[in-house]
Design a protein around this ligand. Structure first.
Ligand code: NCD
Ligand code: ZN
Length: 359
C-alpha cells in the first residue's frame, strides 16, 4: 500500500491491492445486469449471496447463476463471482463436498427462516443440518451466518446479541472445527465475541455500519434508504465496529452487504431492508477509515484478511483512491426502475480512479 501526500502533508492518493467484497447481493436478471458492473469496477471478487427467489440451493443452480453473472459483466471486466449455497433443512452434504472439491461453491449461507429479505426457505431447526455441518467441517468450507434470531418476542435491536447466545455459541460447541463468518456484524457484542474466539471465526463489516448509527434512520423524518438488516445500532456499537475494522485483527474483513431494491420498494409503507453501496463502496470505507485515522489499515481489511480467511490467493494488481470531492448521485437506473444509492446527494472526499491498473 502506498500513499501520495500533498505539500501540506494531506494524503491525496492511496494505492491498494485490489480488494474483494465478501458479502454481496447481486439479484438476478435485469436487476443484476444493472448493478454487477458497479461491483466489478471496485472489486476483484465477491461472495455472492444466494437469497434469490427461489434461493440458490443446489450446485447446478449456483453454476447457472454464476454463468448469468459472467454474461452480464460489462466488456473488459475482470471480476470473479464466488458462489454460495442457501442452507435449507434438506441441503445434501454430498453436494457440499463436491462443491468444495472443484471450488464451484465457496461457502454455505445460513439464514434463520424469516430473518431477512427472501429468507423464508431458511433453516427451521439446526439439528436438521448436522450432516451438512460435519461435511463442511471436514472440507473446511465456511458457514456464513445471518446472525439474528427471528423470535418476534426479542427486541429488533437485540436480535444479534441474542443470536450469539442462543445459536452461535451452541453451534460452535457442537461443531468446533466449523469455519464460520459472522456476517455484517452490527454490535459490540458481536465484535467482542469474534475477537475473543479462535481462528476459525471471522466477521464481515459493512461501510454503512461503520459510518452511521441508528439516528440516521430518523434524521428529519423516516429515512428508508438507511434501513437494512441487521438494523443500524446505537453509537457505542458503531464505535466498537470501527475499532474492530481498523484494529488489524485478520478475522475482520470487508463485506458491503450491498442489497439493491428499487426506490419504489424502499420508499414504501413496508420498506424493504437493504442499503445499496456497490457503486461507492470503497469511497465509503475510506471515509470511515480516514475518520478513524486509520487509512493505513484499509488494505488489510479490504484486500488481505478476507482472502486469507477464505484460503484464496490475495489479488494482484492495484486500485487508486484519490482525494477528490464529488456528490453521490441521487438515483441510478435499475432494471427499468430507479435505485437510490446510500448517501445519495451527499459529498464524499475520496473517489476511485478508473480504470483500475492492468497488472
Ligand atoms: C439483504 C437483502 O435485501 O437481500 N438486506 C439487508 O438489509 N441486508 C438481506 C440481508 O443480508 O439480510
Ligand atoms: Zn446480506
Amino acid at each position: 500500500m502506498t500513499d501520495t501526500a500533498s505539500a501540506h502533508g494531506t494524503m491525496t492518493a492511496l494505492t491498494l491491492r485490489r480488494p474483494d467484497d465478501w458479502h454481496l447481493h447481486l439479484r438476478d436478471g435485469e436487476a443484476m445486469a444493472s448493478v454487477v458492473g458497479a461491483t466489478a469496477a471496485q472489486f476483484a471478487r465477491a461472495i455472492v449471496m444466494p437469497n434469490l427467489k427461489p434461493p440458490v440451493t443446489t450446485v447446478a443452480q449456483a453454476l447457472a447463476y454464476r454463468q448469468r453473472i459472467l454474461a452480464a459483466l460489462p466488456a473488459g471486466s475482470r471480476f470473479e463471482p464466488l458462489m454460495t449455497l442457501y442452507l435449507t433443512d434438506t441441503t445434501d452434504p454430498a453436494a457440499i463436498v463436491d462443491g468444495a472439491r472443484d471450488r464451484t461453491v465457496s461457502a454455505v449461507k445460513l439464514y434463520p427462516a424469516g430473518a431477512t429479505t427472501n429468507s423464508d426457505a431458511g433453516v427451521t431447526d439446526l439439528r436438521r443440518c448436522t450432516r451438512v455441518f460435519e461435511a463442511m467441517q471436514a472440507c473446511g468450507m465456511p458457514l456464513l451466518v445471518h446472525g439474528e434470531v427471528t423470535d418476534p418476542e426479542v427486541d429488533v435491536f437485540d436480535r444479534e446479541a441474542v443470536f450469539i447466545d442462543r445459536v452461535l455459541e451452541p453451534l460452535r460447541r457442537d461443531f468446533p472445527a466449523l469455519r464460520i463468518v459472522f456476517e455484517h456484524i452490527t454490535t459490540r457484542e458481536a465484535a467482542q465475541y469474534v475477537a475473543a474466539a479462535g481462528d476459525g471465526i471471522g466477521a464481515t463489516i459493512t461501510a454503512h455500519h461503520l459510518l452511521y448509527n441508528r439516528n440516521a434512520i430518523f434524521r428529519g423524518g423516516l429515512r428508508p434508504h438507511w434501513y437494512c438488516l441487521p438494523v443500524l445500532k446505537r453509537e457505542s456499537h458503531r464505535e466498537a465496529l470501527v475499532a474492530a475494522a481498523v484494529g488489524g485483527d485478520p478475522r475482520f474483513f470487508l463485506g458491503t452487504d450491498s442489497a439493491p431494491h428499487p426506490a419504489r420498494l424502499k420508499e414504501h409503507a413496508a420498506a424493504c431492508a437493504g442499503c445499496y453501496t456497490a457503486p461507492h463502496a470503497l469511497e465509503l470505507y475510506a471515509t470511515a477509515f480516514e475518520r478513524a485515522g486509520a487509512l493505513d489499515r484499509l488494505q488489510g481489511f479490504a484486500a488481505d484478511h478476507g482472502a486469507d480467511f477464505y484460503r484464496l490467493p490475495r489479488n494482484t494488481g492495484t486500485i487508486v483512491l484519490e482525494r477528490h470531492r464529488w456528490t453521490v448521485p441521487d438515483a441510478l437506473p435499475f432494471a427499468g426502475d430507479s435505485i437510490v444509492p446510500l448517501a445519495g446527494g451527499e459529498t464524499l472526499e475520496w473517489r476511485l480512479r478508473l480504470p483500475t491498473s492492468t497488472a
